[in-house]
Design a protein around this ligand. Structure first.
Ligand SMILES: [Fe+2]
Length: 235
């Protein structure tokens, strides 16, 4: 496993301005919901050894799952695709399962790794762009957004082993960087802090099983995360 397998730019071009305009027209931030993490002793439950600098000032859940407002907002999400029979697919990131994942929670795109349907209000510009990725199918396609003042909370989206299995079986996690917001992606790999200046890349693969966060953003950060499966000949 090299750092290249963790973060890898993808040579894919698209018109981010049209997508941004269409997303603002559909009022995507109003439809989105907050996603953050529980704290224990002032740290994210997946970052208990003080690896990342202090982020006590970011919105989080307390031990009783109450949302604690702080100076900084954090991520919001909105799913553009869904499975009409699976309620969690409307706007959730995880499903509770009895095994695997963190504390029994597994990313919904692992549990329901099939073709999802576009929601009706999704802008055609986004659908066309995702179709150009030429995947076998897409499952969860979602906004990962931030509105200033905001810092992305330290989290991990999956268990490391399960994510590797997902990628090995053709699974993808592709980011379309529609608006970087002035922040940097930071992740922990081999006990080093890696910092990615997101303004330099338009599209990338990222293994989101690593602990990661974003630094403070200064304008709205709009990313589209595309999960799905590559065509068989491509893996
Ligand atoms: Fe993430």
């Amino acid at each position: 496993m090299t750092n290249e397998d963790i973060f890898k730019p993808i040579d894919f071009n698209f018109d981010e301005n049209i997508i941004l305009k269409d997303l603002m027209e559909m009022d995507v931030f109003k439809k989105s919901c907050i996603t953050t993490i529980a704290y224990e002793n002032g740290r994210s439950i997946i970052d208990t050894d003080n690896f990342f600098e202090s982020y006590d000032d970011v919105m989080h859940y307390d031990e009783n799952d109450n949302l604690i407002q702080k100076k900084y907002n954090t991520y919001v999400i909105y799913n553009f695709t869904h499975l009409p029979d699976v309620f969690e697919s409307e706007n959730e990131s995880f499903v509770d399962t009895s095994s695997g994942g963190y504390r029994g929670r597994r990313p919904i795109w692992h549990v329901h790794n099939t073709a999802w349907r576009w929601k009706e209000d999704t802008p055609q510009s986004l659908i066309d762009t995702v179709n150009k990725l030429n995947l076998e199918y897409v499952s969860c396609v979602r906004l990962v957004g931030q509105v200033p003042p905001s810092k992305g909370i330290v989290h991990a989206d999956s268990n490391f082993k399960e994510n590797l299995k997902y990628f090995k079986n053709g699974g993808v996690s592709i980011t379309l960087n529609v608006a970087h917001g002035g922040g940097h992606l930071q992740y922990r790999y081999k006990e080093k802090l890696h910092t990615i200046d997101e303004s330099k890349y338009k599209c990338w693969h990222f293994n989101d099983a690593l602990q990661h966060r974003t630094t403070e953003i200064t304008s709205p950060r709009v990313q589209i995360r595309v999960f799905g499966k590559r065509k068989y000949e491509n893996y």
